[in-house]
Design a protein around this ligand. Structure first.
Ligand code: GLA
Length: 376
């Protein structure tokens, strides 16, 4: 399935792990609509691992656990579609999923047909328990071919964590997104680590197949399946979201949206930040390195947007407050061009302008500034 912009949605794994069931999914779908998340573009409701019975049926088909999903997946998918949302599920390229449930190795075409029958719109495809005898690219091509021939449009979300230089072959599989990081956990150290993992991968992100930096932990507050870490502060979650938007990652919410507070909603539903993520050009973000106070922990990124605006972000990944001071030359606006920027802070709405072609800010530890800038 050809996607023009990074997919947006919600996924069960980060908060719920194996504690999933039909009512939870329906409630989350209702909340997606009621809260306004759907109006902001979030559309996929994705059930991650742990939905299946441990055995296939006599025809080799996967079976949804009736204790968790008493009405089956087709009924659930119909209910989700009736709310104007799309339905996602999960399998794996190995013999078992990461949590030990049956997976699709050598069952690719049977499983793709089952997902089509159930009305699935999105398949996350993991990489645990894979045979060492067959390369990752062959395993992902199998499911890619099976999905492309299943008679239904199903978005293929590959999740091999960048193994075997996934970026070099993933576009041969028909995938619309691919996990370009290891797994996220709910703490600043993971946000920092996953951000660093993108450093060399920006050129591979773009229209049709997006670098997936993993599901968001915004709003988890240290609770839930990947919440055993300390959790993050409001500023850290805001930086996390800003980085994912600046880098054009899919935005898959991972918190319990049924109990989302105002702060969490204000991050996840910031339309200016989402517009940067969803900018139709999908131009590559790049790091500004020509700055007066260089520091490996201070990341300054820019991205040219479709209408000629720029997204610019200063991300202080370090543990101390820091100055950032950079020239506009590096983004193509030398002083000789006679142009400057009108910078609108995505989080505060305040406008400011560079002085002498230089942007100067101080950013607190783990905090960020994110602007949408007009060339004036
Ligand atoms: C892997 C994936 C996670 C999640 C779990 C489920 O670790 O990377 O995103 O899907 O498996 O078991």
């Amino acid at each position: 399935m050809f996607k023009l912009t990074p997919p947006l949605g919600w996924n069960t794994w980060n908060t719920f792990g194996e504690k999933i069931n039909e009512q939870l999914i329906l409630d989350a779908a209702d909340e997606m609509v009621r809260s306004g998340l759907k109006d902001c573009g979030y559309e996929y409701i994705v059930i991650d691992d742990c939905w299946a019975m441990k055995e296939r049926d006599e025809n080799g088909k996967l079976v949804a656990d009736p204790a968790k999903f008493p009405n089956g997946m087709k009924a659930l998918s119909d209910a989700i579609h009736a709310k104007g949302l799309k339905f996602g599920m999960y399998s794996c390229a190995g013999t078992l999923t990461c949590a030990g449930y049956p997976a699709s190795y050598d069952y690719e075409f049977i499983d793709a047909a089952t997902f089509a029958e159930w009305g699935v719109d999105f398949l996350k495809y993991d990489y645990c328990f894979h045979t060492p005898l067959i390369k990752a690219k062959y395993l992902y091509r199998r499911m890619g071919a099976a999905l492309a021939n299943c008679g239904r449009e199903i978005l293929f979300s590959a999740c091999s964590w960048g193994i075997d230089e996934t970026q070099k072959w993933i576009k041969t599989t028909g995938a619309s997104m691919w996990r370009s990081t290891t797994d996220i956990f709910d703490s600043w150290s993971f946000i920092k680590k996953l951000t660093a993992q993108q450093k060399e991968l920006h050129p591979y992100n773009g229209v049709g197949c997006f670098n997936d930096m993993d599901m968001l932990v915004v709003g988890m507050g240290g609770r839930g399946n990947v919440g055993k870490e300390s959790g993050c502060t409001f500023e850290e979650y805001r930086s996390h979201f800003s980085i994912w938007c600046m880098m054009g990652s899919p935005l898959m919410i991972g918190c319990d949206i049924r109990s989302m507070n105002e702060e969490t909603g204000s991050i996840l539903m910031n339309r200016d930040a989402i517009a940067i993520d969803q900018d139709p050009s999908c131009n590559q973000p790049y790091r500004i390195t020509d700055c007066r106070y260089p520091d490996e922990d201070v990341l300054i990124y820019a991205r040219l947007l479709t209408n000629g605006d720029y997204a610019i972000g200063v991300f202080n990944m370090g543990d101390a407050e820091h100055s950032a001071d950079f020239l506009l030359d590096e983004i193509g606006l030398p002083i000789s061009c006679g142009k400057t920027l009108l910078m609108r802070d995505v989080w505060s709405g305040k406008e400011e302008m560079p002085k002498n072609n230089t942007v100067s800010v101080r950013v607190k530890a783990h905090d960020c500034r994110l602007w949408r800038c007009k060339v004036v």
